[in-house]
Design a protein around this ligand. Structure first.
Ligand SMILES: [Zn+2]
Length: 219
């Protein structure tokens, strides 16, 4: 996966990498699905500074962020690429502090990235672990114990939230343990699509948290 280092350091590289992962050779309008689309250009003939696309069919303008976990964030996509890669390349995941150090984002932004990446790693249904899972007690860090899936199910929604997200991340890495870091990163990034976050949790989770636990806010 030779493109990843560039995608993590250069914004255009990141945009093009994510576009390729999302659309392959046939970029399509996320609003109407038409493929009669083109990259907008600036006066200098280079790509538009916001990396906008224009759809000739519905007239909509969009970027690769639309309809993904990146949508309502202003964090540069190269930092997203780095965080996805770091979360996928390490056996135990990556901490928000590491993301902060590497990207020089604020801790709050780094935490936001990590929550979204875990969300991208969450299967559309509840996390499923294939085969026998050997849970490493240390991956949950300072938490007192590592509850079983049954124990998590018995918890209230509020109690369960952090565990479910960590489970999802752990399950993702386990289910993709046989591929290399690059392929695992691509799989995680593909999970970012269709994971646009809603103010009201589509599953109708009753909660005082309007983000349904996924921290929807612009950073
Ligand atoms: Zn369109």
């Amino acid at each position: 996966m030779a493109e990843l280092p560039r995608a993590c350091s250069d914004e255009l590289g990141a945009v093009e990498f994510l576009e390729r992962q999302r659309w392959g050779d046939s970029p399509a309008c996320p609003r109407c699905g038409a493929t009669d689309v083109y990259q907008m250009q600036g006066r200098d003939g280079k790509r538009n500074k916001r990396f906008l696309w224009d759809c000739r069919d519905c007239g909509d303008q969009y970027t690769v962020r639309i309809g993904t976990v990146f949508e309502d964030s202003r964090i540069p996509l190269r930092h997203w690429c780095y965080a996805f890669w770091a979360a996928c390349a390490s056996k135990k995941g990556v901490s928000a502090l590491q993301i902060k150090r590497q990207t020089r984002l604020s801790y709050k932004s780094a935490l936001f990235l990590m929550h979204r990446i875990r969300f991208a790693m969450t299967p559309d249904r509840s996390p499923r672990l294939d085969g026998t899972v050997e849970v490493d007690e240390t991956y949950v860090g300072g938490k007192p114990r590592n509850p079983s899936i049954q124990a998590i199910r018995a918890m209230s929604y509020e109690e369960r939230k952090p565990w479910r997200q960590e489970r999802a991340e752990f399950a993702f890495r386990w289910n993709h343990r046989k591929v290399d870091d690059g392929a695992r990163t691509v799989a995680a990034i593909r999970g970012a699509e269709g994971k646009r976050l809603y103010y009201r949790d589509p599953r109708g989770v009753p909660s005082n948290d309007p983000t349904g636990g996924f921290g929807l806010c612009s950073v």
